[in-house]
Ligand binder design. Structure first.
Ligand code: SF4
Length: 170
């Protein structure tokens, strides 16, 4: 299966979430990430112009690419899983580079928090991404769903009922 930015994000958040999502078990019509990005964009930047392009390549889909300035904007609501957001965006930069578009910068935007973070790709990141890609593929191709791990993020995860409904009954 082709690795996507969502896989990179979920890999950081929870291996079980990654496996469930990649194996077609979806609790919502659309992924949390796509929904969140589009909703926040509409609410926060109602008149953001057409300077942004939508780019799809190698399994990733970037909603806001500023081709003139070579900047990918990734819009998020909360910074609770900031590390996951950073790696998702680094993976976008990596895929752009792999397709011959070098020198692209990422900007993580949290309009609700009035916060932005610039994301760059280092040589160590490139090596780490290669390792992560292999681990992501091993997880999603496994016959076995990774075990439940209680995390702070569980309560806001779309798989919460799936993971915890039996526990609540007991
Ligand atoms: S509810 Fe928790 S354990 Fe279950 S998939 Fe989500 S983050 Fe992982």
């Amino acid at each position: 299966m082709q690795t996507t930015g969502t896989h990179f994000n979920y890999y950081q958040v929870c291996k079980r979430k990654l496996w469930l999502f990649a194996n077609g078990i979806n609790m919502e019509h659309t992924s949390d990430l796509v929904y969140e990005g589009n909703l926040i964009h509409e609410e926060s930047y109602p008149q953001r112009s057409s300077k942004y392009e939508e780019v799809e390549m190698d399994g990733i889909k970037v909603d806001f690419y500023d081709a003139r300035n070579k900047v990918i904007h990734e819009i998020k609501k909360s910074d609770k899983v900031e590390k996951a957001h950073e790696w998702q965006l680094k993976y976008y930069l990596y895929v752009f580079e792999r397709n011959g578009i070098a020198g692209v910068t990422g900007i993580l935007e949290y309009p609700v928090l009035r916060k932005t973070e610039t994301i760059l790709l280092s040589d160590i990141d490139r090596e780490t991404i290669l390792t992560m890609e292999k681990e992501i593929q091993a997880i999603i191709e496994s016959e076995v769903c990774p075990p439940l791990e209680k995390k702070r993020i569980c309560k806001s995860c779309s798989y919460y009922d799936f993971c915890f409904s039996r526990e609540e009954e007991e």
